[in-house]
Design a protein around this ligand. Structure first.
Ligand code: SF4
Length: 226
């Protein structure tokens, strides 16, 4: 099915520095909503996280890396291996991580398994509702390249064509140790100021949105859900 999606747009080259979001802050039309509902929602686009002076940014990154609050989205069978992370055996709390129940309270989006098109819609909404700076960890081969569902009619192959991914954890299914190693990598990236997925989403918002709308046919939600 994925080969049929000819309307997926090739991403533009990343530009440095990030474009000033004020230039086109209000340009969304929310055309997927009924006309009488469009004014209920904002027409603003996502904004890149603005960096502070280096000494403050290093401190912020240290704090971010040591307080990872996770929204775990068990989209497939690989999510079975996420539950042990909060048991006494693995105990991710000792690493400054804890699961949170809503997108508003989380800054790490953990996607655990294959992603159906129906689920992708909920993933987009949840990701956009999370507060920034936010990071995405994709767990399982299925979320990364389609895995054993690579030719399924209703699953997507690559989650990173729809939302930005900061860290990939491969395997079918990855053990909790592999997921913890993924978190260690994420911390490393955050400390180095290189976990830039959220900024990529803001910069290439039109590309991500075009890809999302190419596969989500019942698009009855705002263009940017925040
Ligand atoms: S990679 Fe394996 S364990 Fe993970 S979602 Fe796919 S089939 Fe399930």
């Amino acid at each position: 099915m994925f080969e049929d999606k000819d309307d997926i747009i090739i991403p533009p080259q990343a530009s440095e520095p990030y474009p000033d979001w004020r230039q086109d802050e209000h340009t969304l039309t929310n055309a997927g909503l009924p006309e009488e509902e469009r004014d209920w929602f904002s027409d603003a686009r996502p904004k890149p996280v603005r960096k502070s002076a280096a000494i403050f940014e290093n401190f912020f990154n240290w704090a971010r890396a040591n307080s990872l609050w996770i929204l775990a989205f068990g989209t497939g069978c690989g999510a079975i291996e996420l539950r042990p992370l909060i048991t006494a055996r693995y105990d991710i709390s000792r690493l400054g991580m804890q699961p949170r129940p809503t997108p508003r309270q989380a800054n790490v989006f953990l996607i655990g398994g294959y992603v159906s098109i129906k689920t992708l819609k909920r993933i987009v909404r949840s990701y956009e509702q999370m507060q920034g700076p936010k990071f995405v960890v994709a767990v399982c081969s299925c979320a990364i390249n389609g895995g054993m569902y690579w030719d399924s009619y209703n699953t997507i192959k690559r989650i990173d064509e729809y939302i930005p991914v900061d860290v990939y954890v491969t395997g079918c299914m990855p053990r909790p140790e592999a997921v913890i190693a993924g978190f260690a990598k994420l911390k490393e990236l955050i400390l180095a100021g290189k976990a830039e997925g959220q900024n990529l989403y803001a910069e290439k918002f039109d590309w991500y949105k075009a890809n999302q709308k190419a596969v989500i046919k019942d698009w009855n939600m705002p263009d940017y859900n925040w």
